[in-house]
Design a protein around this ligand. Structure first.
Ligand code: BTN
Length: 257
């Protein structure tokens, strides 16, 4: 059972998580916040579900997470705070927030995999799906959905990348309330920084991505490209170097070679 009081004591934000909605079961926290219902209008609204019946992953995959053991939640950002912010930056900031929260609370090193996976010992501990709703030509709502494997120790199904959990890596039970509050505290700080200092976040992201400089594969549907992970650009896109050419990659799954 998620203990709201424990979470509340640790939450130090101005707006993220101040409207906090907890539910037992839902199809997908992302889909629910994207639908734009009245109770979910406030920027910073967080919707947490103990179980998602149709949890979504990137590239139309499903996100499976055992009931009550992990964290599956979404954060709503509305147009009032988005006007100056690049959505790719929000995406990178979310992965940095998750990685930093894990490292702040537990003695373990994390690594980031483009665009926004969080890894421990080369296995995926968290994934992020950022979705938008558009009105006319304007982004109206951005929903940042985060799934973190905390206390699950058995993973079944097909995974494009091997999964792990904090419990598997640390051998102890993980308190969910603490880590959720820490993620939201850091995420809000990073979002505020993004308006004036996006370069700082891009650099922090680079520093936590050990694959920069490595030979990688990048796959999108059936197409697989190989090259050197040269860098990310100012918009957070991956720059893939092949011979003397640098190609900008917008989507795809990065793999080790
Ligand atoms: C990925 O790595 O493929 C992204 C996974 C994102 C999963 C989270 S869980 C909470 C939120 N609601 C969803 O339906 N998906 C995201």
């Amino acid at each position: 059972m998620f203990e709201l009081e424990k979470f509340d004591i640790k939450l130090e934000t101005e707006f993220i998580g101040r409207n906090f909605i907890y539910c037992d079961e839902i199809d997908s926290t992302n889909s629910e916040l994207l639908a734009g219902k009245q109770q979910y209008k406030k920027t910073g609204t967080v919707l947490l579900a103990e179980k998602q019946l149709a949890g979504k992953g990137r590239k139309d995959r499903t996100w499976l997470s055992a009931k009550g053991l992990n964290l599956t939640f979404s954060v709503l950002l509305t147009k009032d705070i988005l006007s100056e912010i690049n959505i790719n930056h929000v995406n990178l900031a979310a992965s940095l927030a998750v990685a930093s929260a894990i490292e702040n609370l537990h003695q373990i090193k994390t690594e980031l995999k483009w665009p926004n996976d969080v890894l421990i010992h080369k296995k995926k501990v968290a994934g992020i799906l950022t979705e938008t709703s558009i009105k006319g030509t304007k982004v109206e709502r951005v929903v940042v959905g985060i799934g973190i494997n905390l206390n699950q120790i058995v993973f079944q199904g097909d995974f494009n990348f091997p999964p792990t959990s904090l419990k598997l890596e640390l051998g102890t039970n993980i308190e969910r309330e603490n880590i959720l509050a820490e993620i939201l505290n850091i995420f809000e700080e990073l979002l505020l920084q993004l308006e004036s200092k996006p370069q700082m976040i891009l650099n922090d992201w680079r520093a936590k991505c050990q694959m920069i400089g490595d030979k990688i594969t990048i796959s999108d549907d059936d197409k697989v490209k190989t090259g050197i992970f040269y860098d990310i650009d100012d918009n957070g896109y991956l720059l893939l170097k092949k011979n003397d050419l640098i190609e900008k990659i917008h989507f795809g799954d990065v793999g080790f070679v």
